[in-house]
Design a protein around this ligand. Structure first.
Ligand code: UD1
Length: 321
């Protein structure tokens, strides 16, 4: 199938591009390179440098016989979205609606959307399943939820078929070492820990050590990017085979604390990871773990690379000096 992958030069997108190419799809990456890197793009894919705000370029490109769009291009830092919401409404909402409107004009039916655990907000129970109420507590999560709601309207009114994939904490790097581009200006725990272990930063701040978790630090459900990538291929197959929409969680079902991540990184790298304890970060729940019931039921998808050692080893392979 001819597929456009927006954000295909970015962190999760570049891993998915490899799998779409492996599955025999004809892939074009559409990326403005604001965070993505051309080195990340599989050589089997065609590359078009462009923004989701460039409506005429998008229309020209999408007019070339595409049947599906896999949409990764978005901002993803929850904290930043609370201080610069316009950046998020512009890219995550306007940019996505531009694509959807053009897709509908051109009768392009299939859409795979990178959504997030942030649509749920504070957990009311754990593990979080897809029946958990959605109530984002940051603007980033709201932009993703707003698009999910639009997707339902596009489906009901215009025949779009979509998968909204709610990622928990995306982490790790390609286990075969094919993606080497480090995330620029990372704010997530794993790349920050890696920057400390490799000497790019001196130390790390742990946001709170007094949570009711096994060691007092925040627990998250880290899902390996290769596992995320696989789910996108299966989601597209599902849309085509079943002609039905799906909204589902992508998570490992297991939680690791900040200290678990630091300890494993010290073991794998052989380097010290110095840290200081800071106060809690606003908006951080103690624990966030999920169950990917629907991904198994509908896609027969289960994570295979999301154990702590594989997460850390595959990331260290990219970060080690
Ligand atoms: C991440 C994303 C968020 C996304 C969510 C669910 C960011 C910054 N966060 O949130 O957008 O919606 O996954 O998909 O992109 N921590 C430290 N020190 C640090 C960094 C993190 O102690 O320097 C702790 C946090 O308090 C938390 C854990 O590490 O307990 C994970 O944090 P992070 O990687 O930022 O992810 P989330 O906040 O869970």
């Amino acid at each position: 199938m001819k597929i456009l992958v927006t954000g295909g030069a970015g962190y999760v997108g570049s891993h998915a591009v490899i799998d779409f190419c492996d599955a025999g799809h004809d892939v074009t990456v559409y990326d403005d390179l604001s965070l993505g890197m051309t080195d990340n793009i599989d050589i089997r894919a065609t590359f078009v440098e462009g923004s989701t705000h460039d409506i005429s370029l998008l229309r020209d490109v999408l007019s070339q016989g595409f049947e599906a769009v896999v949409h990764f291009a978005a901002w993803k830092a929850a904290g930043e979205s609370m201080v610069d919401p316009k950046k998020y409404s512009h890219n995550n909402m306007n940019g996505t609606l531009n694509i959807l409107n053009i897709m509908m004009d051109l009768n392009i039916k299939y859409f795979i959307f990178s959504s997030t655990a942030a649509v749920y907000g504070f957990p009311e129970y754990l593990p979080i399943d897809e029946d958990h109420p959605v109530n984002p507590i940051n603007y980033y999560g709201y932009t993703k939820l707003a698009i999910e709601q639009n997707l339902k309207w596009f489906s009901d009114l215009q025949g779009l078929r979509y998968a909204a994939l709610r990622y928990f904490n995306a982490a790790g790097y390609d286990v075969k070492g094919r993606i080497r581009g480090k995330e620029r200006n990372p704010q997530n725990l794993l790349p920050v820990v890696m920057e400390v272990a490799s000497g790019i930063r001196n130390s790390l701040k742990i946001f709170g050590d007094d949570y009711k978790t096994h060691d007092g630090t925040g627990v998250r459900d880290y899902i390996h990017v290769n596992d995320l990538a696989t789910a996108h291929i299966k989601a597209l197959d599902y849309l085509v085979d079943n002609d039905k929409d799906i909204v589902l969680n992508l998570a490992s079902g297991e939680g690791f604390s900040v200290l678990d991540v630091i300890n494993e990184t010290e073991k794998v790298s052989g380097n010290a990871v110095p840290y200081e304890i800071e106060g809690r970060r606003e908006g951080d729940p103690a624990e966030l773990v999920s169950i990917s019931k629907l991904a198994w039921a509908h896609l027969k998808w289960k994570p295979v690379f999301s154990d702590l050692n594989t997460l850390i080893t595959s990331t260290w392979n990219v970060y080690k000096p």
